[in-house]
Design a protein around this ligand. Structure first.
Ligand code: GEK
Length: 242
């Protein structure tokens, strides 16, 4: 199927509703995330590298908030054949498309796609857990407990890869990074109207934390080694090793 261009916010809207991962978004999601998140492609490559290094034989690897399965594919292609990949999304439109994308991949490791809220997921015998731009959609008060449960489900030597949009405590830095991110989106072909309407839609749906909060949370969950492994404008990825 040809890739569809993201036009979701291209026409003027009388009221901009809250952003949802529905059919319209799922249809254009690859284009949307690639043109909206600087460093997205790089993080996908990192996920492959990390899976190669940290996936342990006969364990589970998790992709939480898998969307169309871009990270799941990286995992499957870089884990031992004895591993089992579990990709989870609570949007039926996403889970459906992810299932169909995975059926076209013939990697040796088995894979299952669950339509489920990751707050309900049980983590067992895990060696790699990926949260690629997903924690930001979970209620802020529930983030620590979720990370704690992931830590408990990981085997020794297992890892978490957490990528997020981040915010800055300093107002000037926050304004500059937000402006630069919008410049980046313009460079990718989005109009001022698209940028403004998407911003309004996502406002209370995607709630970013500061990098310090992410590092503190991962440490509080139990991870002894916590490192930032990617940073571009207001997007960062962290590696936590158990
Ligand atoms: C990628 N990781 O391409 N439970 C399950 N899924 C959820 C929940 C939840 N509570 N909340 C949100 N989601 C992907 C990109 S997108 C990032 C991840 C973005 C899902 C939601 O349905 C969506 O598919 C995904 O998390 C976030 O590597 O849109 O910025």
């Amino acid at each position: 199927m040809p890739e569809k261009k993201d036009n979701v916010y291209a026409s003027p809207m009388t009221t901009v509703g809250a952003f949802r991962f529905d059919e319209n978004v799922a249809d254009v999601f690859k284009d949307m995330i690639e043109r909206s998140v600087p460093g997205y492609g790089l993080v996908l490559q990192l996920i492959g590298l990390l899976a190669e290094r940290y996936a342990q034989e006969n364990t589970n690897v998790y992709d939480l908030g898998c969307s169309l399965g871009a990270s799941t594919l990286q995992l499957r292609r870089h884990i031992p054949a004895s591993c089992h990949a579990i990709a989870i999304d609570n949007s039926s439109a996403m889970a459906e498309r992810c299932r169909s994308n995975m059926s076209r991949d013939h990697s040796a490791a088995t894979c299952e796609i669950l339509e489920q809220d990751i707050r309900e997921t049980e983590f067992t015998n895990a060696s790699v857990i990926v949260l690629n731009f997903t924690l930001q959609f979970i209620d802020d008060n529930e983030r620590q407990a979720l990370l704690n449960r992931m830590y408990e489900g990981l085997n020794d030597g297992g890892i978490i890869l957490l990528a997020e949009k981040v915010r800055f405590e300093d107002e000037d830095k926050q304004t500059l990074m937000t402006d630069l991110h919008h410049d980046f989106k313009k460079l990718q072909g989005y109009s001022d109207l698209e940028i403004a309407q998407k911003r309004a839609a996502i406002e209370n749906v995607l709630v970013p934390n500061t990098e310090d909060v992410h590092v503190a949370r991962l440490k509080a969950a139990g991870f002894t080694t916590v490192m930032r492994c990617m940073h571009c404008l207001n997007f960062s990825a962290f590696l936590g090793i158990k």
